[in-house]
Design a protein around this ligand. Sequence first.
Ligand SMILES: Cc1cc2nc3c(=O)[nH]c(=O)nc-3n(C[C@H](O)[C@H](O)[C@H](O)COP(=O)(O)OP(=O)(O)OC[C@H]3O[C@@H](n4cnc5c(N)ncnc54)[C@H](O)[C@@H]3O)c2cc1C
Length: 227
Amino acid sequence: MMIALPNPDRSFTCTLFWPHDTLAGLDNPRRVRAYFAEHYPDAFELMPDLVPAYRDNPVGHLVTMRCAPWHVTTGAVSVGLVGDAAHAIVPFYGQGANCGFEDCVELDRCLDEARDDFPKALELFERRKADTDVIARLALENFVEMRDKVGSRAFLAGKRLEHALERMVPGYVSRYELVSFSTTPYSQVERRVRRQRRAVAAAGAALVALGLAARRGRALVRTPPAD
Ligand SMILES: Cc1cc2nc3c(=O)[nH]c(=O)nc-3n(C[C@H](O)[C@H](O)[C@H](O)COP(=O)(O)OP(=O)(O)OC[C@H]3O[C@@H](n4cnc5c(N)ncnc54)[C@H](O)[C@@H]3O)c2cc1C
């Protein structure tokens, strides 16, 4: 996947998200040009400095960090992990930094609950993993959404329906809104989204059933009585 973010001078900064094999395979200018011409033909036309830009820009690595526990206490020394050190995630939900800030809030809460007993607070803080595991999965899923789905009409229609539901149904909030613009813990977001979907499916089924019953009723009214 290639994304392009606009700069104030009207140029774009492009970032490529590729498997390592693809990067390793493009080891000369001819291969670079051929690959871009095949996979990104519209962008290729707009990139006169493709080969030097490709050659000279840095390559990073995206990882999902999964580890447990996040704390250790030996004698008088306690060490705990927060933020990316505990749960780095891929950047496709734009939540990495936010997740770290939420860690601070949760750790503060744990310190209150543990009456400032630091080792105890770090122990309590392990409960945060339920939330960070969820956002790690959502971030990976969002990569697939960005890469494969945003050009699909069915997907876009689904998004329009979701926005319409948000406007029409009080209390209905999409997963994206809940993750990005609320402080609802990530694991609760998942539960709430499931509840909402069940409710919408049940309401939809009830509407269809009502519609069918109404049609049947009209058909009966129109049928002339038998002599
Ligand atoms: C491509 C990309 C795009 C991203 N986009 C977003 C986004 O849109 N929104 C978002 O919220 N997040 C985004 N993130 C994630 C975000 O940048 C991280 O989640 C966030 O910076 C993590 O903060 P942190 O403090 O936990 O770790 P870091 O920011 O990594 O801070 C760790 C610090 O510790 C220092 N350090 C390391 N080792 C030592 C040592 N031995 N001694 C002393 N200091 C040390 C490092 O130099 C660093 O300053 C993105 C990440 C990437 C890679």
